[in-house]
Design a protein around this ligand. Structure first.
Ligand SMILES: [Zn+2]
Length: 419
């Protein structure tokens, strides 16, 4: 493929134990130094932030969602702009999630809990009954109703690949089926097998689309590992995806998908890191809590994404080195300190807690912007500091210090709830 293969991954410093490492992912739109937190811009916008601000918080790449952009405004329209980056005026690297997670959250997870902690939940809390589902899975793909207007749509591996090629992100994910933690083992086995067959179809469609669009920058494709909490299923899924080759194409990296339980997140990522090729990047879908971030990086995750820092910011929840707090409480009405002492973000260097508290109370739009800037900066800076600590050989000491302080005020029960 010659010059078009402007995608590569170079491993830097390795942790002495576990599979954690630093590295550099090179894409046609720039480099990503890993471990890296990938900021989420589901609908081709990081909610309430200008792209210049996304860059200012230190984000190296943005992840959008193929399912949302397919429904609105349509991937052909994004293509007409020259792809996702041009469409949203983000010059750096971009990812698109395949849509599998969103399709599933319309299906078995519809209006149910996509929980990391299933303690105390019954199966009926997590798995929607068939009649309530807005999506149904068959061997060929998924039929679902649009969240916008209820129209019926169909996603197959081939359609997901076509949509993601039109969206033009630097890194795409194979279309997978996501199960919940409480699906039965037999269903999880079927799902892993089906996801593997879909992965092969994705690679074939990717090979054809890449050949047909030889004038465009190369788009990398990551296979997605399912298998829930079962070690044998996760390892089997990894080995299967790692050995897949279709028309000279192999996966350029791997996504670790599915519902993961908080207490064994590191263990599951570690199983996958043992099975997957050492020289390919590994992306963990959907985590950002500091204890999860440390566990994932130590076990071998190179990049990860999460909507949480910006989602909770819009509700006034603020991350600091001393834990998360609620800005909307009366105590912050007259607080003249920044959101976090010592923070280098735009919000903390220009505004007081009292001002941002006022914006929330007055329902001003700038509240969301200023709170989001801080929380995204907090998360990006944490992962940057983890990367520096791996390179300096101080990862274990940094983790102990950071988590000790972040969770100092919390009881174990609160931590387990992820609150
Ligand atoms: Zn700040």
């Amino acid at each position: 493929m010659g010059e078009r293969t402007a995608f590569s991954f170079r491993v830097g410093t390795r942790l002495p134990h576990g599979h954690g490492r630093t590295g550099v992912i090179s894409t046609p739109h720039g480099e990503i130094r890993t471990p890296a937190f990938i900021v989420v811009g589901t609908k081709a916008t990081v909610k309430s932030l200008l792209p210049e601000t996304v860059a200012a918080v230190g984000a190296q790449a943005v992840l959008a969602n193929a399912y949302h952009l397919y429904l609105q405004p349509g991937s052909d329209l994004v293509d007409a702009h020259g792809g996702l980056g041009a469409f949203m005026n983000w010059p750096g690297p971009t990812f698109t999630d395949s849509g599998g997670f969103q399709v599933m959250s319309q299906g078995v997870g519809f209006k149910k809990v996509l929980a990391m902690d299933t303690a105390g939940l019954a199966a009926s809390d997590v798995i929607a009954r068939a009649g309530e589902r807005r999506a149904t899975v068959d061997e060929d793909g998924v039929t679902f109703k649009s969240f916008l207007n209820g129209d019926r749509h169909r996603f197959t591996p081939e359609i997901s690949m076509r949509v993601q090629h039109e969206l033009g992100a630097d890194i795409m994910f194979a279309f997978d089926e996501l199960t919940t933690l409480l699906d039965e083992r037999a269903y999880q086995e079927d799902s892993v097998e089906r996801t593997h067959r879909w992965a092969a179809r994705c690679l074939r469609a990717h090979a054809e689309l890449t050949a047909a669009c030889a004038h465009r920058p190369y788009q990398a494709l990551f296979g997605v590992v399912q298998g829930a909490q079962y070690e044998d299923l996760r390892r089997r899924a990894c080995r299967g995806l790692a050995s897949l080759e279709v028309e000279g194409h192999r996966f350029d990296g791997y996504g670790l998908g599915g519902a993961l339980e908080k207490e064994n997140l590191g263990t599951i990522v570690g199983w996958c890191a043992e099975e997957l090729p050492e020289d390919k990047p590994r992306h963990l879908l959907g985590i950002s809590e500091p204890d999860d971030v440390f566990a994932a990086v130590e076990a071998g995750a190179d990049t990860f994404d999460c909507v949480n820092p910006s989602r909770v910011a819009r509700n006034g929840a603020i991350y600091t080195a001393d834990g998360r707090y609620n800005l909307l409480t009366a105590a912050n009405r007259r607080a003249l300190a920044p959101l976090e002492d010592g923070c280098d973000c735009y919000t903390c260097t220009h505004y007081t807690r009292s001002y941002v508290h006022h914006l929330f109370k007055a329902r001003e739009m700038l509240a969301a912007t200023l709170a989001t800037i801080h929380n995204e900066r907090f998360t990006v800076r944490l992962v940057d500091a983890i990367r520096d600590a791996i390179e300096a050989g101080t990862f274990a000491a940094f983790r102990a210090e950071f988590l000790g302080r972040f969770y100092a005020r919390r009881t174990p029960a609160v931590r387990a709830a992820g609150g």
